[in-house]
Design a protein around this ligand. Structure first.
Ligand code: G6P
Ligand code: MG
Length: 213
């Protein structure tokens, strides 16, 4: 039935969600602003500057727009340092098998990530040529939970949204997939992705997805 699969990147294909967390944590510690993994769950799928705004809700200090941009850049420098080390070994369990099976069955595949580092991560993972289409922050106006990025991806692979499956580890991402009229699959933290049509621990058992096709 389904003809296209659209993958989020960070936290779905590889565990860069952890690196985003560690980079924000380093910045927050330097600023003496309280930040923990629970708050971090709300940052998944959210753009860099919006993420910073959420973190700064926990401080009374005020920052000019220019300072905020400087802080966001600083976090990005920490993050870029971490993703330099990424290799194909960092692809999460089951992802390569799933991709292979989808390809065999002629299913179109896209990546939809709001990260401006998405192409670097895909390159380091050895997956830059794997997908039929990649949409990142440069191609869209509205981030998740707006459905724009998933609709753009469906258009890019030339599959009707209702014939697409979206895979996400973030609350905002699941909402975006649902609003795009696609079937949503949530992976990772249950509380975060519980609005998904189907929730999986991870992609290590790809039969759960292949059985839908
Ligand atoms: C993804 C991640 C977010 C991150 C965002 C922007 O959506 O899930 O945690 O904030 O991308 O990433 P960037 O690499 O552009 O800062
Ligand atoms: Mg993600």
């Amino acid at each position: 039935k389904y003809k296209g699969v659209i993958f989020d990147l960070d936290g779905v294909i590889t565990d860069t969600a952890e690196y985003h967390y560690l980079a924000w944590k380093k910045l927050a510690d330097e600023l003496n602003v309280y930040f923990d993994r629970k708050i971090n769950e709300n940052l998944k799928g959210i753009s860099r500057i919006e993420s910073l705004e959420i973190i700064l809700k926990n401080t009374d200090k005020s920052f000019s727009e220019e300072e905020k941009h400087r802080l966001a850049d600083k976090k990005n420098e920490y993050y870029k340092e971490m993703i330099k080390e990424i290799t194909p070994k960092d692809i999460l369990p089951g992802v390569l098998d799933l991709i292979k099976e989808l390809k065999n069955r002629g299913i179109k595949m896209a990546v939809a990530s709001v990260s401006k580092n998405a192409k670097t991560v895909l390159l380091n993972l050895g997956l830059i040529e794997t997908f039929d289409y990649i949409v990142d922050a440069n191609k869209i106006k509205n981030g998740k939970p707006d459905p724009e990025i998933f609709l753009n991806a469906a258009y890019g692979i030339d599959v009707e949204p209702k014939l697409c499956i979206g895979i996400e580890d973030s609350k905002a991402g699941i909402e975006a997939i649902n609003r795009a009229g696609m079937l949503s699959i949530g992976v990772g933290n249950y509380e975060t992705v519980k609005e998904a049509d189907i929730v999986l621990k991870d992609l290590s058992d790809s039969s759960a997805i292949l059985n839908l096709l």
